[in-house]
Design a protein around this ligand. Structure first.
Ligand code: AMP
Ligand code: GLY
Length: 429
């Protein structure tokens, strides 16, 4: 099969890397890709929202299967675009249509979906400029901290946890009146704060059946000890000790089954990944958010744990054959440490030479914000690399990742030194 992966991050490099190892893969293309994907497949100079360009490329290169990495093209309807065209509809795709993508594209929609299908989630109310006064009064009755969420896509920045009433009111006003997140914050959810430990759960569904991929824990804050600004993710590990069989069975019964069945009952033919962001509150799962794609950096630690053929897996999801697919997961641990540009998640410089890549032969270095210029690999984004380590246990996996990190450098490089340490120290059990 000829396979096209859309995106340019660590998630897409990892997917393309695994896809390229399958006997069922003839050629893998990545659009637009990065310096790492260039080493395992062919980069295509197309942006993920250029549907016409992607369509033409796919026909010319006899693409059989498209795996959509990020949410943006899904929310914008790339599946609908392909399905509506006679010359494109034979091309298989992993990723939901516009209707399914609303699970991520609208937090108001996903909250109503959870409420309708009795999926445990934080209590919440939605406000607009029309009833902002009601919203401000409502805040006075809420316990603090309180969570305010822009309804639409806001590049992962649309969530504010306000510590006191004054901050909450200011945030509501700046989201609704000052349009802090543009159209995305024309509706705002005021949501109960959940106190617990986060877990990322990944489901792949073909609209009828589903499989549960390995779970992961992401480290979202820039600073050690989970301090400072939120980022796209500074590291991840899989498996996660507290996600034991008892907890995962609650997740399956209370969250996964009602989600897949809910989509079915609403007539949404969902073929793709569902990333469920959960909070474990005293042993019970609550959904924080749905994403209609895999996570980044979670993909980097989840996909290498799969030992069955991933092209078969993706093909089965795209064609409604998941009931026939036997997912196999290794018992090993994978840890990923994200290396970022100095200044990230604020402003940072690009174009720094990355040193030491060629010295790492024992583990996989996943690229994100990188580009190749002649013989040099340069930084080209905030999150630059994810260095992976694997081992029989978390300690070994982390040692392997950090030892490879020590070989790498560029001007301003930063990473967290405490990925997985909370789990090792059994502060999380
Ligand atoms: P989201 O964009 O919905 O994933 O939210 C970003 C981050 O905000 C999450 O990863 C959580 O760390 C935090 N968050 C979101 N909703 C809640 C909530 N109801 N209670 C506590 N933390 C939350
Ligand atoms: N790591 C969180 C995300 O991909 O949204």
């Amino acid at each position: 099969m000829n396979i096209l992966v859309l995106g340019s991050g660590g998630r897409e490099h990892t997917l393309a890397w695994k896809i390229s190892q399958s006997f069922n893969c003839t050629e893998v293309f990545i659009a637009p890709g990065n310096a790492g994907t260039e080493l395992i497949g062919e980069n295509v100079d197309l942006q993920v929202n250029d549907f016409e360009g992607i369509a033409n490329f796919s026909v010319e290169n006899e693409i059989d299967l498209i795996v959509v990495g990020p949410e943006d093209p899904l929310v914008n309807g790339i599946r609908d675009y392909f399905e509506a065209d006679e010359s494109l509809k034979h091309i298989k795709m992993v990723g939901p249509g516009k209707a399914g993508a609303r699970l991520e594209g609208s937090k108001d929609f996903s909250k109503s979906f959870m409420q309708k299908h009795s999926i445990p989630t934080a209590a919440s109310k939605t406000f607009t400029t029309e009833n902002i006064d009601e919203g401000l009064t409502y805040l006075e009755s809420c316990d603090m901290p309180i969570v305010l969420k822009a309804d639409g896509l806001a590049a992962g920045k649309g969530v504010v946890i306000a510590q006191n009433l004054e901050e909450a009111k200011e945030t509501l006003k700046s989201m609704l009146i000052d349009k802090q997140f543009g159209e995305a914050s024309s509706k705002v959810l005021i949501e109960q704060f959940l106190d617990g430990i986060e877990l990322s759960v990944f489901v792949l569904t073909d609209g009828k059946d589903y499989i549960v991929l390995p779970e992961a824990k992401d480290y979202k804050r820039i600073g050690e000890g989970d301090t400072g600004l939120n980022t796209g993710g500074m590291g991840a590990v899989s498996p996660v000790k507290f996600a034991d069989a008892a907890f995962m069975s609650k997740v399956e019964e209370q969250v996964i089954k009602p989600t897949v069945n809910g989509l079915k009952s609403e007539g949404i033919d969902y073929k793709g990944f569902i990333f469920i962001g959960l909070m474990n509150v005293s042993g019970d799962p609550y959904v924080i958010e749905y994403n209609v794609r895999m996570g980044d950096p979670e993909t980097q630690v989840v996909i290498p744990r799969i030992t069955s053929d991933v092209v078969d897996m993706l093909d089965a999801a795209a064609t409604g054959q998941l009931h026939d697919y036997q997912l196999e997961i290794g018992s090993h641990t994978v840890a990923g440490v994200v290396l970022v540009s100095g200044g990230y998640p604020g402003s940072y410089e690009k174009g720094k030479s990355i040193h030491g890549l060629a010295d790492i032969t024992t583990t996989l270095v996943v690229h994100a914000g990188t580009k190749q210029e002649d013989y040099e690999t340069l930084t080209n984004g905030g999150r630059v690399l994810t260095v992976l380590g694997r081992g029989d246990d978390l300690d070994t996996a982390l040692k392997s990742a950090y030892s490879a990190v020590n070989s790498l450098s560029w001007e301003g490089m930063y990473y967290r030194k405490d990925i997985g340490k909370d789990i090792l120290a059994a502060r999380i059990v």
